[in-house]
Design a protein around this ligand. Sequence first.
Ligand SMILES: [Zn+2]
Length: 261
Amino acid sequence: MKSYSRRQAIETIGRSVATVCILPGLGMIQNERKKHFVTLSFDDGFKKSSIRTAEIFEKYKLSACINVIATAHLPGFVLPNEYHNLPVGDFVLWNELQARGHEIMMHGYKHAHKDAMPFDEAKSLIMRCIDVFSKELKGFNPKNSIFNFPFNASTPELEAWLPSQVKAFRTGGPAINKLPHKGQVKLTCTSHGPDNIDEHLNGEVEKLLAKQSGWLIYNTHGLDEEGWGPMTSDFLDRLLGRLVEIDSVEIIPAGRALSRI
Ligand SMILES: [Zn+2]
């Protein structure tokens, strides 16, 4: 009979548990069970919405995924459009929310259309964004970060260069990604606006649940009346309440999902 070290024996038992547990009706280990990942990727960092979003996620012991503009809180910030004309949080708030377990990631230096400027200019804005986050956000490491393109507007050239600076980036594309895996640097998402998104988001969640597996990344903004394509806070509350009851669903920030690989 083959002899096993303690570690080999544990690994072998672990593998057989994982195999057995994919049968329906049996208790499943965490990694086998979670087949539907959901990331609600909140952009723009409106103060009131971000605080409320964090509170609602905390009610379900979940972490929110909040993407903020490096300079939006500074005097002289030029609003990218009328949907940004609202008070935003600053790095005191972002550090506080991060300390409470939420994920704070980059959403540009000044919220520029990076597909409408020369490559070097776009690159320089991203480097400046990384510099601000490195200085202001506690424990920030660009190599573990996600860059969330403003307007989800990237270019093939930027997409080829960016993984040399960050762990991954989020841009426009199919809402349902493959489950987190090694080498995944491009995350694609859908978004909806300028009016309320409740119904649209609900439809995208249903599409995910109808699939065998997948990772829905939905780019959200403010809550209630705030920002482009807002969601009602009551809808967010009910949606999370419903999803946490579904065994196959994992609600998780993008960076955390990739950090497990
Ligand atoms: Zn934005």
